[in-house]
Design a protein around this ligand. Structure first.
Ligand SMILES: [Zn+2]
Ligand SMILES: [Zn+2]
Length: 234
């Protein structure tokens, strides 16, 4: 009732501009949720006129496919940047929910068992107060009616960590030590791995490898924005 009164006095406006209306106004919704280019189903890079992907031809990934909301540009870029601040949590959830609602058939066709965010380094999570990938994932999971599982998926940085070690330490630090071992809760699961930006795809690839090693049957990636180079993403 109180909220109803408040809405009368201050009509809710678009989350991204001052236009009155709930969630997203027609203009922002169209700018945000309509990808003007077709994207590669394997790596989410923008496809050229001949529909063959110059980016991932010959490359092997541990994930089974990538969906993107759009290109890291314009309004989507603004949204991704806003999600890096503490007040972006609601926006992240609503973007995820609207995306899943609009692309429901594509998501449902994957026969997903759960969604999972790409983890944020704990130090960054502490300073930001939340993980933006988790907020987006929560919105998607709620809309699709699948559970959101935030397993302690390691940031598998075995190669970077290995480089910092001396040779003797490297040998004592077996390959794959950072990947999860078989996890009964993941065996046979079809996971939707959610992140905000994909640049090289290496972060998602490493996470997908860890999930597969833990027993996941399939890993699909949902990224808000696909960037090319010069952008700070994984
Ligand atoms: Zn708007
Ligand atoms: Zn590709």
């Amino acid at each position: 009732m109180w909220n109803g009164l408040l809405d009368l006095i201050y009509p809710p406006c678009c989350m991204l501009c001052p236009t009155p209306g709930g969630r997203f106004c027609a203009r922002c919704e169209s700018a945000l949720f309509h990808d003007n280019h077709s994207a590669c189903p394997r790596c989410a890079d923008t496809l050229g006129p001949y529909s063959s992907c110059a980016n991932c031809a010959g490359k092997k990934f541990h994930f089974d496919g990538v969906f993107r909301l759009g290109v890291y540009d314009g309004l989507l870029r603004e949204v991704v940047l806003r999600l890096k601040f503490a007040d972006g949590e609601t926006l992240g959830r609503l973007v995820g929910q609207t995306w899943a609602a609009q692309c429901r058939p594509q998501f449902v066709a994957l026969n997903l068992t759960c969604a999972m965010p790409v983890p944020l380094h704990w130090r960054r999570r502490l300073s930001r107060g939340y993980n933006q990938a988790e907020a987006v994932g929560r919105g998607i999971a709620a809309e699709l009616g699948i559970p959101m599982q935030s397993f302690r998926l390691w940031r598998v940085r075995a190669t970077a960590d290995q480089k910092a070690l001396r040779r003797s330490e490297r040998l004592a630090n077996p390959r794959g030590a950072f990947a999860a071992t078989t996890n009964p809760a993941l065996v046979g699961k079809r996971v939707l791995l959610v992140d905000d930006v994909m640049t090289t795809g290496s972060t998602c690839n490493e996470s997908a490898l860890a999930l597969k090693k833990a027993g996941a049957a399939a890993v699909f990636v949902a990224v808000l924005a696909r960037a090319t180079d010069g952008v700070n993403g994984g």
